[in-house]
Design a protein. Structure first.
Length: 767
């Protein structure tokens, strides 16, 4: 039968059945529990000991599963406000569930079942009782405990009650008493008591011998030696090895092997080892010191891996693992070349910027492999607590070093490659500013003396090759951007994706699934269909998943002999295509123009629609538009109004009609300053009834004087235009140098017109 009582949590104190304990409660929550028990539960409550004495708010999962049901015999409120109570233990109970009290939410309510005593042998029980009484008499005789226990033992003829009584008097550890509470079998408790009583008697005997041996001329400095001698003799008597001494010796040996050049670090470790020697095993600080020493002695203070310096080998390895990405590879080769000439040269902090799936992380891994360095990745996306990077101070419970030191330890060398991923997604709020913390980590002038709050000593990070990644260059914190060498990884073209599939993805998949080209064959036309109709991304991550799905579906069908993937096979395996190759509006509509944009999936064509209707000159804008785009629209309208004679338009529409501008692909946020010329062209098209062909697109920001200003993401935008079957693109003349980065196949397929003033677009499309 299940019962329910409020819970009283006790620290440094245990209560047993049939035992009375007087307490003075200072905690308001404990007072409420006692009051609640008198109001609702006939002065009965559940007593649960807290295992971790240092824990202020223990977790429910850490509480014991066996508790004591106790009764409040009396209670008195003292003048100082404290509550003095007398508790009497009644019986053991099995904890079933711990929940908050319905009314008093801060009080725990325990559902429990009374535990029954298992059957045991009466003869064995009687023998244990006699032996326990004999040892208790000896213990009392040697002044181990008060002789009042003897009077209480006279009338007890039950092993269960006898063990509880003796345990309540015996000065044993908290954890050992917890064992006696949780153990229901009186025979096992009795056997444990015999062992503990014998141990206590032997300790007392040894203490007497040592007191006689060392009673004359003792000094304070010798007390430490006496305690160690006591412990050693006890352990020898029990046949146990001195584990602590062995542990300390191991720490000293590890320190010698480290051969640390930093004298401050070496002195710090020696001081911590000395502290460990002085502390007893019961000290709450001992586990913290052990953990600290383990960290300090496991760090590679002077150990570095040998870097690969053969530029040809490095280049060959980078080319083997990645198609394209020449700029990033060149940066690495430049650094290695400089490093060969001067080993003290600073490594660049490469920042790989590009949409998801273009290979930023795998390129960083490939760099580590090429340089013969170990690799470690830290993701800081959504991070708002700088202590995750720089560690927590040792004064906090559960503290540990930060991710940087953790990575150094796992790599085992002081010169690994550490990738810090998604720095554009860090959060700066009241909890901390991780971007500022990264300055100390990445800046070569500061990270020579990097201090993790947990380690508390300087660790040289100048040999670490840091690489960071981001999806959007604009979102990188300014203080970091100033120290980065940004390498932009753009979207892959169709031909590049096909080449990546043939050189990297398919060989990997064939090897993983133990297949060859004899089993499954993909033609270029089929790969083109998969890329255009079943994926929509800048990189090849989703493409890899689609190819994996095709192969595994064929494995399930058990058709892996000379399978040629065709359009019909794709439909059978994957269903109809998810994406259309193009989202262009057919020609024949005035007021519609194709703008170019950059999204997480890479460059794309984003049509702009405009229309007038009856109104009073208001402007309505839809399509997930941000403030910067609002300003572009205002500038475009002002420019048109101020040049109405040039464009041969009537301002009647702006004064007597309402204008609606809609940006298609409404799920995509539009917040970049690059659509000014597109908006202007759409409005002039609407006002002059001239239709703009659907195979024309444009990008550029316009000023009030009609100048077309430079915009970002030209490479991405031109790739997106190419994929969406655009034939002609207008871009700012100021972006001419960006064309160097555009793949040659794109430049050959697109007619690119560079413009300086908007009149050039007007003359090309409207004259």
């Amino acid at each position: 039968m299940k019962n329910s009582l409020p819970v009283l949590l006790l620290k440094n104190l245990l209560i047993l059945p049939h035992q009375e304990v007087k307490l003075e409660l200072t905690n308001e929550l404990s007072k409420k529990v006692v009051l609640l028990s008198s109001l609702e539960n006939k002065n009965e409550l559940i007593v649960l000991p807290v295992k971790d004495q240092l824990e202020e708010k223990p977790e429910i999962s850490d509480l014991p599963k066996v508790a004591i049901v106790a009764k409040v015999k009396n209670k008195i409120t003292l003048p100082n406000g404290n509550l003095r109570v007398t508790l009497r233990g009644l019986f053991r109970a099995q904890v079933k569930n711990l929940l908050n009290h319905k009314k008093e939410k801060e009080i725990l309510q325990c559902t429990f079942e009374k535990m029954s005593i298992p059957e045991y042998d009466e003869i064995e029980s009687l023998a244990l009782q006699r032996k326990i009484m004999e040892l208790v008499h000896q213990y009392v005789k040697n002044d181990g405990i008060s002789n009042s226990i003897l009077n209480l033992m006279k009338d007890i003829h039950d092993l269960n009650k006898l063990t509880d009584l003796v345990v309540s008097f015996l000065p044993i550890s908290f954890s050992r008493k917890l064992f006696y509470i949780e153990e229901m079998n009186p025979i096992l408790r009795g056997e444990g008591l015999l062992s503990d009583l014998n141990l206590e008697l032997q300790v007392m005997k040894l203490e007497e011998q040592m007191e006689e041996k060392f009673q004359n001329g003792l000094e304070k400095s010798q007390k430490e030696f006496i305690l160690k001698e006591k412990l050693r003799e006890i352990q020898e008597e029990l046949g146990e090895p001195n584990l602590k001494e062995k542990e300390i010796e191991q720490y000293k040996e590890s320190l010698e092997k480290l051969n640390i050049s930093n004298s401050k670090v070496e002195l710090k470790i020696k001081e911590e080892i000395k502290k460990l020697e002085l502390l007893t095993e019961t000290s709450p600080e001992i586990s913290n010191i052990r953990n600290y020493l383990d960290w300090m002695l496991s760090l590679p203070w002077n150990h570095s891996s040998q870097d690969e310096t053969d530029l040809e080998k490095i280049k060959k390895n980078l080319d083997k693992n990645h198609f394209g990405l020449e700029e990033a590879k060149d940066k690495i080769l430049e650094y290695i070349g400089a490093k060969i000439r001067n080993n003290m040269v600073n490594a660049p902090i490469l920042c790989l910027v590009g949409p998801p799936g273009v290979g930023k992380t795998t390129l960083a891994k490939s760099i580590a492999e090429s340089l013969n360095k170990t690799f470690y990745k830290i993701s800081v996306g959504g991070l708002n607590d700088s202590s995750v990077l720089t560690g927590h101070r040792r004064t906090y419970l559960g503290s540990s070093p930060g991710k940087i030191i953790e990575g150094i330890k796992k790599c085992g060398t002081k010169n690994p490659v550490i990738l810090i991923d998604e720095i554009d997604k860090m959060v700066n709020d009241y909890k901390g500013d991780p971007a500022s913390a990264l300055l100390d980590i990445l800046d070569k002038e500061q990270n020579k003396n990097f201090v993790d709050y947990y380690i508390e000593e300087e660790f040289d990070l100048s040999d670490v090759l840091f690489i960071v990644t981001a999806n959007y260059k604009e979102d990188i914190p300014y203080e970091l951007y100033d120290r980065l060498d940004v390498v932009e990884l753009s979207s892959y073209t169709l031909l590049e994706k096909i080449a990546i599939v043939k050189k990297h993805l398919l060989p990997t998949l064939y090897k993983e699934h133990k297949l060859t080209t004899k089993n499954i064959k993909f033609s270029d036309s089929v790969l083109k269909e998969i890329i255009e109709c079943y994926t929509y991304e800048a990189g090849v991550r989703d493409l890899y998943r689609v190819l994996t799905s095709i192969i595994r579906k064929l494995i399930v069908k058990d058709t892996l002999i000379d399978v040629k993937i065709t359009h019909e096979v794709l439909i059978e395996l994957l269903g109809a295509g998810k994406y259309e190759p193009s989202f262009l509006i057919e020609s024949g509509y005035k007021g519609v123009v194709n703008a170019l944009a950059v999204t997480k999936q890479g460059g794309m064509v984003s049509p702009i629609e405009t229309c007038f209707y009856e109104g009073t000159g208001k402007v309505k804008i839809t399509g997930f538009v941000e403030r910067v785009m609002d300003e572009s629209i205002s500038v475009a309208i002002s420019y048109i109004m101020s040049h109405k004679d040039l464009f041969k338009i009537n301002d009647y529409y702006f004064k007597n009609k309402d204008l609606h501008i809609h940006f298609l692909e409404a799920s995509m946020k539009k917040d970049g300053p690059s659509a000014g010329v597109s908006i202007t062209t759409a409005l002039i098209s609407l006002l002059t009834n001239v239709v703009i062909p659907s195979n024309i697109a444009m990008s550029g920001e316009i000023t009030l004087l009609g100048f077309v200003k430079k915009v970002g993401g030209i490479k991405e935008k031109l790739i997106g235009a190419y994929h969406d079957n655009i034939k002609k693109v207008f871009i700012p003349k100021e972006n001419h140098n960006d064309l160097i980065k555009v793949p040659q196949e794109i430049l050959e397929k697109l007619e690119i017109v560079e413009i300086e003033k908007y009149e050039e677009i007007y003359n090309a499309l409207f004259s």
